[in-house]
Write a protein that binds this ligand. Structure first.
Ligand SMILES: Nc1ncnc2c1ncn2[C@@H]1O[C@H](COP(=O)(O)OP(=O)(O)OP(=O)(O)O)[C@@H](O)[C@H]1O
Ligand SMILES: [Mg+2]
Length: 223
């Protein structure tokens, strides 16, 4: 089967007060279906910049990003939105859950947006949240959940539409170490069970070694 992600010669620079910072200087990366890749690198090395580019959240880069066989640069805004919706799930360091919706609703909504039948979307939300130990928190709003519970809801939401590729940027960065380890282990297990591929930026070397492959950003390229 062909790669779910192929990044080729990706370059990204920022102009700041007349100075130019070359953050990504020719990043090459391929991810196979179902492969879980850890993205390591010191603070400021460009992990989030790379995930934002791959997530089609920002333009302004040179090089090629092929996602699920489609070249991102060739797509217009609507095309990118469709590709993002059909091919990607996101988990951020700060979860960005919708505060006025319950845990279950936060996982149901992206499925409805993609056209799922409400009953199917609810069944899947229940299954995902139960797998993450939240069967008795379905109707809590984010403000009524602990940090680790909120992050689990964000994980369920990212997987709701069975994306071929999950992008996670420090998915447990705001949790204490013990909770972060548990949530990240659950995340990996669930991603594996779903057969999704993942690219996970993390500072945690120990957790990174539990993934299929580790890549490191250094001086703007992947080692
Ligand atoms: N919008 C921007 N404008 C100017 N510079 C930026 C912008 N976004 C990022 N940078 C710079 O790009 C570099 C890489 O930032 P990035 O957020 O990708 O690092 P990171 O590896 O995710 O770091 P961390 O581990 O701290 O999250 C930093 O030096 C940052 O200052
Ligand atoms: Mg970052």
């Amino acid at each position: 089967m062909s790669e779910v992600l192929v990044v080729d010669g990706l370059e990204r620079s920022f102009e700041q007060g007349g100075a130019r910072i070359d953050v990504l200087r020719g990043v090459n990366l391929s991810i196979a279906p179902g492969e879980i890749v850890a993205l390591l690198g010191p603070s400021g090395s460009g992990k989030s910049t790379l995930l934002q580019a791959v997530g089609l959240l920002e333009g302004g880069f040179d090089g090629s990003i092929r996602l699920a066989g489609e070249e991102a640069a060739k797509l217009d805004n609507d095309g990118r939105t469709r590709l993002r919706r059909d091919s990607l799930g996101f988990v951020y360091q700060f979860h960005h859950l919708l505060p006025d919706f319950t845990a279950a609703e936060n996982v149901v909504l992206p499925q409805l947006i993609k056209g799922a039948a409400p009953a199917d979307a609810q069944a899947r939300a229940w299954a995902l949240l139960s797998a993450l130990g939240l069967a008795n928190r379905l109707h809590h709003r984010p403000s009524q959940l602990s940090g680790g519970e909120q992050q689990r809801v964000a994980v369920a939401r990212a997987l709701a539409n069975k994306p071929p590729l999950v992008l996670a940027d420090e998915p447990t960065g705001n949790l204490d170490e013990a909770t972060a380890d548990v949530v990240l282990a659950e995340f990996l297990k669930l991603v594996r069970g779903e057969g999704s591929a993942a690219l996970v930026a993390t500072h945690n070397e120990r957790i990174a070694l539990k993934m299929d492959r580790v890549v490191r950003l250094h001086d703007g390229v992947l080692e």
